[in-house]
Design a protein around this ligand. Sequence first.
Ligand code: FE2
Length: 441
Amino acid sequence: MDLLITGATLSDGRKDIDLAARDGHWVAVGQGVAARLQAERALRPDTQIIDAAGQLLSPPFVDAHFHMDATLSLGLPRLNESGTLLEGIALWGELKPHLTQEALIERALRYCDWAVGKGLLAIRSHVDTCDPRLLAVEALLEVKRRVAPYLDLQLVAFPQDGVLRYQPARDRPDCRDTAFDLLKKALDMGVDVVGGIPHFERTMADGAASVRLLCEEAARRGLRVDMHCDETDDPMSRHIETLAFETQRLGLQGRVNGSHLTSMHSMDNYYVSKLLPLMLEAGVSAVANPLINITIQGRHDSYPKRRGMTRVPEMLAQGIPVAFGHDCVMDPWYSLGSADMLEVAQMGLHVAQMTGQQAMRQCFAAVTEQPARILGLQGYGLKVGDRADAVLLQARDPVEALRLRANRLQVVRAGRVISHSAPAQACLQLPGRPASVDWRA
Ligand code: FE2
C-alpha cells in the first residue's frame, strides 16, 4: 500500500472507515481495513498513514463553471465600477488586446495552486474563442497539460461576444474567419466542450439559431455542450427551452448543461412547470453560480430586488442534476473569491434558502458529486477502483464543513498527499476557560 487513511467519516454518514490506496487507486475501503492489512503484512515501512480521527473525508471539490482565462486579472486595465455583467464584458474586451500568453499561463497556474490548497481538483473552465489569435485557447491548453498530474482541467469553447454576433474582422481586418470558424478551430486544437451565449446574440431568433448551430457541431464531434444560457433577469429569455429541444432532437441526453439560467428566477410559475419536465426528459443539467448571480442579477431593480439565482431546489426535486460553480475569482466581473467551493456552496444554500438538513447535504453534493457527474469525470469517488483522490476536512460532516468553510487538512491525488494545512484553531488566554477553540460542535 502507498497510503492508508484510518477512521474517516464519509459524506453519506458511514463512520470509522479506512481507505487504502495502491498505484493511484483505492484498493480497500471499509471498517476494519487497517487491521486486516496489518495482519496480512500489506503495509510497507514507507506506507503513508493518516489518522482521520473521525473527520470528514470527501472526494475532491469540483467546479463545474469557471473562467480561468480571466482569473486574477482584477484591476486590469481598470476596475468594474457598476459591477454589472455588461460592464464586465466590456472591460474584458478592453483587456483582451493586452493579454500575453505568458501572463495568462502564469495567472492560471497560480489559480490552480490556490485550488489545490482548497481541495479543488477538477475545474470546467470556459475559454474565450472570440479572438482571431485564439491566445487564451493556446494558453489554457498549455495549462491543462501542465496541471494534468494534479488537477483535471476541462475546457469549454466559449464565444463570449456571441457566435453569430461577433465579427472577427473588427479586431483584425484581414481575418477571414467567422466567430464559428474560430470556435471550431479551438475544438480542433483540443478544447473539450462546446459553449455558447444565446442571450447575448442580437435577437431571440439569433439566440435560438446559435443553440441549434452549436448543438449540431457538438453532435457531429461527439462532444459535450455547456452554454451560458439566459444569464439575465428577463423572464422572456427562454433559450433553455431551445437547448432542451435540441438536446433531445440530436440525441445528446446526459451531455448538455445550461449554465446560470437566471431568467428562470423571474419566469412565470406556470411556464416553469412545463419547462422543468422538458429539461428532465432531455437529460439537461444545470449549473448555478451563486456568488456571481447574487451580485450581478437584479441590477435594474429598485426594491424589492430579485436574487436572480435559478430555481435550484425545484430542479433538484424534479430530478435534474444541479451543481454550483464559482464562475469568477478576482476578474472583471467579481473582485473576491479564493477557489473555495465551500464558500460557493454556502452562498448557494443561503440564496436558495436550502436550510434543511437534507437540503444542506444537497448543497455539499452540488460542489462534489453533482459537478463530477456533469463533467463526466471517470473514477471519481471513494469506492474500490476509483482514483485515490480525496480531501480531509476539519469537520465531522458535510453540514459542519459548510458552516465552518472547513479547513482542508490533507489533499490527496492518486494516492499521494499534494497539500496539507495545519488545523485551524485559536489559542485562548482566558482564566477558567479552555486553552483553545476550533469551532467544531
Ligand atoms: Fe460564466
